[in-house]
Write a protein that binds this ligand. Structure first.
Ligand code: NAD
Length: 503
């Protein structure tokens, strides 16, 4: 069976209508073989505007449904995802080039966030706050916000939608999703799965969740609409630089989940075996196409000659291959653009004095697919391409001497997503996690930079955009807060002792 027929049969089995993925004008490719697997009808700014109108109408009803009942819909979504896990996971592998375990893992994240959101639907708490006025009570209430626009990247084609949608739904908001133009099929499948949950749920308005297919132009229709109070945009910092100011200019709210340039520090006291395994997996897994992929590694001079030969060995022996037909750790890059970006970065690194190990194109599945051997680059210092994210499997390794200096270096890049330190020294560990330590949204000890759990708030600082999604109190961004003061006394104490002569 070709990937085209396999994708078609999965889509149909998941409940997507054939007209939604064939006969249109937007091609969709599988990075696994480079073959075109579908042609989708696309949305226009006009159809996007109509979707926003429909979502606004849905909001009027959905906001009135009690939150625990809204949670029941998300519980059903979790059930439907469990039932469709194999098929959706496989489609993720075909469309995003992930290994079967990564494809299934992504669907498991969707299930996990549903479970989390069901509990959350009974915990949308506000505070009661001490008031300075006698006979008064002051409290906070949290209300649904309105239409949530979700713009997502190709590399987590379904999990990011679920992080946003599970929370948005329990918070009382409809969702309009503009998936990456590189991964539209899994979006249609996810919507079909949600539709099955909706069919089993009594009391949801029409158009609670909609998908718009197209490029950034369609995302822009959401970004510029004053009727979409929250834009949750995941993708490159380049995209965030455009989207962020536009949403701010209309006083909208945004959750920006942008690029990362994540680093690890290997200290003298580190468990070196553990560090090696964590670094190799975090830097090469998913072919370096995770926002949390480890891209920079600082190694103390006393252990450099143990870590770097170990890494070279791991890089030389790692298997690169078709994720669907082999057990290779490293699958394809998403497309030619990603491959060109990697080649350019490696050239730049060489020009800046870097010594490159690996990095060549691998001959897998012919010319239309882009497989590479991951690259390990020993750099004399943090210069050239090291300070920017290249969305490919390149790990820049640098030697350090002084702990305070390495902390400075660690933080001296634009992005601020994920970070980790490998140490058994309590002082180094606590310093790394302290106010003068890592400036990232995620700071780990003795584990790699990737693999965040849904229970924590996910996101990063600086050029990563500052947004938080998923667990902890990330739900607050999806609601509006009202501070309420109630006077149950017979007095009306006015500020500054003002009185009116009205008796
Ligand atoms: P991308 O920026 O090319 O595209 C992301 C999404 O933004 C797509 O849906 C695209 O159509 C849309 N878009 C692009 N321009 C737009 C515009 N002007 N207005 C509205 N929408 C627009 O990113 P990508 O190549 O799909 O994904 C890789 C990038 O995403 C990497 O930088 C990676 O680090 C980042 N990423 C970040 C996170 C995170 O949580 N921080 C998660 C996954 C990926």
């Amino acid at each position: 069976m070709t990937l085209t027929t396999e994708a078609k049969s999965l889509l149909l089995s998941l409940g997507v209508a054939e007209a939604d993925f064939s006969g249109g004008t937007m091609p969709s490719y599988s990075p696994v073989t480079g073959e075109q697997i579908a042609t989708l009808p696309v949305d226009t700014p006009e159809t996007a505007a109509a979707a926003i109108e429909r979502a606004k109408a849905a909001f009027k009803d959905w906001r009135l449904v009690p939150a625990p009942k809204r949670g029941e819909l998300v519980r059903l979504l979790g059930e439907e995802l469990r039932a469709s896990k194999e098929a959706l996971g496989k489609l993720v592998s075909i469309e995003a080039g992930k290994s079967p375990s990564e494809g299934l893992g992504e669907v498991q994240e969707m299930i996990d966030i549903c479970d989390f959101a069901v509990g959350l639907s009974r915990q949308l708490y506000g505070l009661t706050i001490a008031t300075e006025r006698p006979g008064h009570r002051m409290m906070e209430t949290w209300h649904p916000l309105g239409v949530v626009g979700v713009i997502s990247a190709f590399n987590f084609p379904v999990a990011v939608w679920s992080w946003n949608t599970a929370l948005a739904l329990v918070c009382g908001n409809p969702v309009i999703w503009k998936p990456s133009e590189k991964s539209p099929l899994t979006a249609l499948a996810s919507q079909a799965i949600l539709n099955r949950a909706l069919a089993r749920f009594d009391g949801a308005p029409e158009n609670l969740s909609q998908v718009l297919i197209g490029t950034g132009e369609i995302g822009n229709a959401l970004v510029e609409s004053p009727d979409v109070p929250l834009i949750s945009a995941t993708g490159s910092t380049r995209m965030g630089r455009i989207v962020g100011p536009k949403v701010a200019a209309r006083f909208g709210r945004s959750i920006l989940e942008l690029g990362g340039n994540n680093a690890g520090i290997v200290c003298p006291s580190a468990d070196l075996d553990m560090a090696l395994r964590a670094v190799a997996f975090g830097a090469m897994g998913t072919a370096g196409q995770r926002c949390t992929t480890m891209r920079r590694l600082f190694v103390h001079e006393s252990v450099y000659d143990q870590i770097v030969p170990g890494l070279k060995k791991a890089y030389a022996s790692v298997t690169v291959g078709n994720p669907l037909t082999s057990s290779a750790l490293v699958g394809p890059l998403v497309d030619k653009l990603a491959f060109d970006g990697m080649e350019a970065a490696l050239e730049e690194a060489k020009a800046a004095g870097g010594v490159v190990h690996g990095g060549a194109r691998a001959d897998v599945e012919g010319d239309a697919a882009y497989y590479v051997h991951p690259a390990l680059v020993e750099m004399p210092s943090q210069t050239g391409p090291v300070t920017e994210e290249t969305f490919a499997p390149i790990l820049y390794v640098m030697k350090y001497t002084d702990f305070d200096e390495v902390l400075e270096q660690h933080n001296a890049v634009g992005a601020g997503l994920s970070s980790s330190i490998f140490t058994t020294d309590l002082r180094e560990m606590e310093t790394f996690l302290s106010a003068r330590g890592s400036d990232c949204g995620i700071a780990n000890v003795n584990i790699g930079t990737s693999g965040a759990e849904i229970g924590g708030a996910f996101g990063g600082e600086k050029e990563t955009g500052g947004g938080r999604e998923s667990g902890s109190d990330a739900w607050r961004a999806y609601m509006r807060r009202a501070t309420n003061t109630i006077n149950y006394s017979r007095e009306l104490p006015l500020a500054q002792g003002v009185t009116f002569d009205i008796d």
